[in-house]
Design a protein around this ligand. Structure first.
Ligand code: NAP
Length: 237
C-alpha cells in the first residue's frame, strides 16, 4: 500500500474511518470524503499522526457536480487514484408499514445513485491512467434480505447491479471491482436504527477495515470479486 493513492468515501465515521487509519499505517496517501468537514478533519489529523498524507474533500455524493469537483481536487493533489473505497451509505431499517417515501428516496439517493456517481467518475479516471480497484462494502443486504430491509435492500441490490455492470464495461481496462458482503458491523450506522440488535455480537469496524485492506492486497494480478464476512451468529445467512 506504500504511496498508493486511495479515495475513501464515508471516511468520517465507522468502517471508512477505520480503513483510513489502517491504510495510513501502511503508508498510503488518502483522500477522505463525506459531507462533514469537522469529522473529516479529525480523521485526517489521525491519519497524519500515523505519518501518512491526507486531503479532505467535503462532498455530498448524491450531487454529480460535487462529485466531479471532488475528483478534480483529488487528482490536482495526488495526480492519480489507485483505489476507491465506497463506504458512504445510510440505513433505515423499519417495518414496511412505517417506511416513508423520504426514507426510500434517501437510501436510493445515497446508497445507489451516490455509489454509481462516485464509481463512474473515479472509474473513468482510472481507465485513463491504466486501471485501479473499486472496493464496495455493500453488506449482506446486497445479497440477502430481512424483515425491515425493503428500501435498504433495494438500494444495495441496485448498487450491486450497477457495480457488476461497471465490471463488464471496464473488464479490458484493468479496473477491478470488489463487492464485500459484510454482516452487521458495530458502527455509528446503528445509532439511529430502532430495530433491536445485539451490537456486541457484530463485527468491529477494524474487522471490516481488515477485509477491505485484504481485498486491496490479495491479488496484485487479479481481482477478488466477492467476499462474505459474517459475525459467527449469522453464518451462511
Ligand atoms: N454497519 C453495518 O452493519 C454495515 C454492514 C454492512 C455494510 N454496511 C455499509 O457500509 C457502509 C459504511 O457503513 P458504516 O457502518 O461505516 O456507517 P457510518 O458509521 O454511519 O458511516 C457512514 C458514512 O457515510 C457518510 N455519508 C452519508 N451520507 C453521505 C452523503 N450523502 N455523501 C457523502 N457521504 C455520506 C457519512 O458521513 P457524513 O455524515 O459526514 O456525510 C459517514 O462517513 C454503508 O454503505 C453501510 O450501508 C454497514
Amino acid at each position: 500500500m506504500k504511496d498508493k493513492v486511495i479515495l475513501i468515501t464515508g471516511a468520517s465515521s465507522g468502517m471508512g474511518r477505520a480503513t483510513a487509519l489502517m491504510l495510513a499505517a501502511r503508508g498510503a496517501q488518502l483522500a477522505l470524503v463525506s459531507r462533514t468537514r469537522a469529522r473529516l478533519d479529525e480523521a485526517a489529523g489521525e491519519v497524519r499522526r500515523l505519518g501518512a498524507q491526507a486531503v479532505v474533500v467535503p462532498t455530498d455524493i448524491t450531487q454529480r457536480d460535487q462529485v466531479s469537483d471532488m475528483v478534480s481536487e483529488v487528482l490536482a493533489t495526488f495526480d492519480r487514484i489507485d483505489a476507491l473505497i465506497n463506504c458512504a451509505g445510510v440505513g433505515v431499517l423499519r417495518p414496511i408499514e412505517h417506511l416513508s417515501e423520504a426514507d426510500i428516496d434517501h437510501m436510493l439517493a445515497v446508497n445507489t445513485k451516490g455509489t454509481i456517481l462516485v464509481s463512474q467518475a473515479v472509474g473513468l479516471e482510472m481507465v485513463k491512467r491504466g486501471g485501479g480497484k473499486i472496493i464496495t462494502p455493500v453488506g449482506t443486504m446486497g445479497r440477502y434480505v430481512m424483515r425491515g430491509s425493503v428500501a435498504y435492500s433495494a438500494s444495495k441490490w441496485g448498487a450491486v447491479g450497477a457495480l457488476k455492470a461497471m465490471a463488464t464495461e471496464w473488464q479490458r481496462n484493468n479496473v477491478g471491482i470488489t463487492l464485500l458482503y459484510l454482516g452487521g458491523v458495530n458502527s455509528p450506522f446503528w445509532d439511529h436504527i430502532e430495530m433491536r440488535v445485539q451490537r456486541e455480537k457484530m463485527l468491529t469496524v477494524e474487522d471490516a477495515a481488515r477485509a477491505i485492506v485484504y481485498a486491496l492486497e490479495a491479488a496484485p494480478n487479479g481481482v477478488l470479486n466477492e467476499l462474505t464476512l459474517q459475525p459467527e451468529s449469522h453464518q451462511f445467512i
